[in-house]
Design a protein around this ligand. Structure first.
Ligand code: SF4
Length: 359
């Protein structure tokens, strides 16, 4: 059984300055062809059992209730974790109520910053006050597991700004935070304008502040970019981090079936005319075994050594004895797992490069 499914909703109302995801300004011309193709693609998989379903984007909360319901009803009625990514300006009372009725039990809200000047620079369509008001509404709903996204490292952002964002996050008593440092992607508006990343020492100080403050407040830093209160981790993302297959459905989606990754077309025109047109990514067993290590070590759940040995017909501790020895003070073991401690997560990339050097 494939336990998880990601559905990509590629439409956005406007394009954020830092974004290079597969997203298209909502386009009435293509919308109904897109929806028909999406529904057909879902139905072809004949999914009868699913642990986690994730509607990401793009902006899934742009879908009106009728369209959302039609797409949702192509999946089994009972799903352990059903997440919908939302933006504050498009999540209204009617949609929130529909999500509750349709089994959504996790919302991921794109807040990005609680400072209006930063939101404007990023071309976000909501204000900080709007985001706070939506968060209060979610808290009053039956959807008790929800997350917000914040970004740090914006041009001209100060440490004080980051402190204010984290302080607002804590005062709102939100169960989960995904936090990312701003990446200036070549194809984003920031990239095209030649915006430069902030000083790397300041960025590292910001991340250290965020980590220490959230941990002191009782949040678990369970993945390099994710913090949660106990019991509120994302089960869907665990499928990615723990080397499991997942369906990727929709224009611009990526998935993995029978261990083979694929990317659906990101051209809306092609998707509407010819369907998902997946490109299969050819990876050797060696590359797949390395992907599994890289993903697992991002998390506090770590790598299950026996499962990895069995799947890749290798012996982890023998093959990587040198790396494990060099960084021995950064690793912890337990329950047949290996994972990085706090200090290890701070130098994750350095450690991963050394794993990759082993033939
Ligand atoms: S950040 Fe989200 S809302 Fe903004 S353009 Fe990208 S996908 Fe759309």
């Amino acid at each position: 059984m494939v336990p998880s499914c990601y559905v990509h909703i590629p439409f956005c109302d406007s394009i954020c300055s830092y974004c290079d995801f597969v997203r298209i300004q909502k386009n009435e011309k293509f919308f109904s062809a897109w929806k028909d193709t999406l529904i057909k693609e879902i139905q072809e998989y004949k999914i009868c059992d699913l642990h986690t379903l994730y509607f990401g984007g793009g902006t899934p909360s742009l879908l009106d209730v009728y369209d959302f319901k039609q797409i949702r009803n192509c999946f089994p009625s009972s799903i352990d974790e059903f997440t919908v990514e939302c933006n504050p300006e498009s999540l209204n009372d009617e949609k929130l109520k529909a999500y509750e009725d349709l089994g959504v039990n996790r919302i991921s809200l794109g807040v990005q910053s609680f400072k209006d000047e930063i939101l404007q620079v990023c071309n976000r369509r909501h204000t900080a006050l709007q985001a706070i008001s939506v968060i209060e509404k979610i808290k009053k709903s039956s959807i008790q597991t929800f997350s917000i996204d914040l970004i740090f490292g914006f041009p001209n952002q100060t440490m004080e700004d980051v402190k204010n964002d984290i302080s607002m996050f804590l005062s709102l008593d939100i169960p989960h935070l995904s936090i990312y440092s701003l990446q200036i992607e070549e194809n984003s508006v920031f990239g095209k304008k030649g915006i430069k990343p902030i000083d790397s020492d300041l960025e590292a100080d910001m991340f250290e502040y965020i980590t220490k403050t959230l941990e002191a407040a009782g949040y678990i830093h369970y993945e390099i970019s994710s913090f949660c209160k106990p019991g509120h981790h994302s089960r869907h993302n665990l499928a990615y981090w723990q080397d499991q297959d997942f369906y990727g459905i929709g224009c611009g989606a990526s998935g993995r079936l029978n261990g083979i990754r694929y990317d659906n077309t990101s051209s809306l025109k092609e998707y509407c005319s010819f369907g998902p047109c997946p490109t299969y990514i050819s990876e050797t067993l060696e590359e797949r075994s390395m992907d599994a290590i890289m993903m697992a070590l991002r998390t506090r759940f770590g790598l299950n050594i026996s499962s990895w040995n069995a799947r890749y017909q290798l012996d982890f501790k023998t093959k990587y004895a040198n790396v494990l020895n060099t960084y021995r003070s950064y690793f912890e073991y337990g329950d047949d797992r290996i994972y990085l401690n706090d200090a290890g997560l701070e130098i994750l990339n350095t450690i991963l490069v050394d794993f990759m050097m082993i033939e």
